[in-house]
Design a binder for this molecule. Structure first.
Ligand SMILES: [Zn+2]
Length: 200
């Protein structure tokens, strides 16, 4: 098992200790820093505090040479700005459970970030996300479940689980007109390229 280390932007009221994060994140089994990022959908009033703490995570990631797992919701410009200002392209990372625009995906990819598609892509209303999932270059694409949340169709509404990543892969392969085998090989390869200290 490998881990990532961080304080989620919606959990910052529980406290954040940069020294503690630095110490935990230095462990060799910690392959990434995150989730970290900005979420103005649920807690817009904490935007300033979220930015400060996000910035600390990016600094620690750059210091340790570990990639970032970014949570971003309704905070496109600030997320990209902080990544640029803190030199995040030195370590790269992933925009996890991506739900933003194609423009944001392009700008993030230009900074060395991967785009990770969750089960949301299987939902009827997610037409913009289906478009992003079809357009991201194969060598920049990841898939995930974000379990226990957001179970993909046909399990929508039930508790999600990691095994359902298969439904996400199959759906994205269908959208892209690629074989499931191609998608599985590419996303696995991308994962180990990004999280380079994780070993299969
Ligand atoms: Zn998240």
């Amino acid at each position: 098992m490998f881990a990532s280390c961080g304080v989620h932007p919606l959990d910052i009221e529980q406290g954040f200790d940069a020294e503690k994060l630095r110490e935990l994140a230095a462990d060799e089994r910690v392959v990434a820093i995150g989730e970290t990022g900005l979420d103005y959908h649920y807690q817009p009033e904490l935007a300033g505090a979220q930015q400060d703490i996000f910035r600390e995570h990016v600094r620690i990631a750059v210091e340790l040479g570990k990639p970032l797992i970014i949570h971003t919701r309704e905070a496109r410009e600030d997320t990209l700005r902080i990544l640029r200002e803190e030199g995040a392209e030195k370590v790269g990372g992933v925009l996890h459970c991506f739900t933003e625009s194609w423009e944001m995906a392009e700008q993030a990819m230009a900074l060395g970030f991967y785009i990770s598609i969750s089960g949301i892509v299987t939902f009827n209303k997610a037409s913009a996300l289906k478009d992003v999932a079809a357009r991201v270059p194969l060598d920049k694409l990841l898939v995930e479940t974000d379990s226990p949340y957001l179970a993909p169709v046909p399990y929508r509404g039930k508790q999600n689980q990691p095994a359902y990543v298969r439904e996400v892969v199959e759906y994205v392969a269908m959208l892209r007109g690629e074989s499931v085998e191609t998608m599985m090989a590419a996303t696995s390869e991308n994962f180990f390229r990004l999280f380079s200290s994780a070993k299969a």
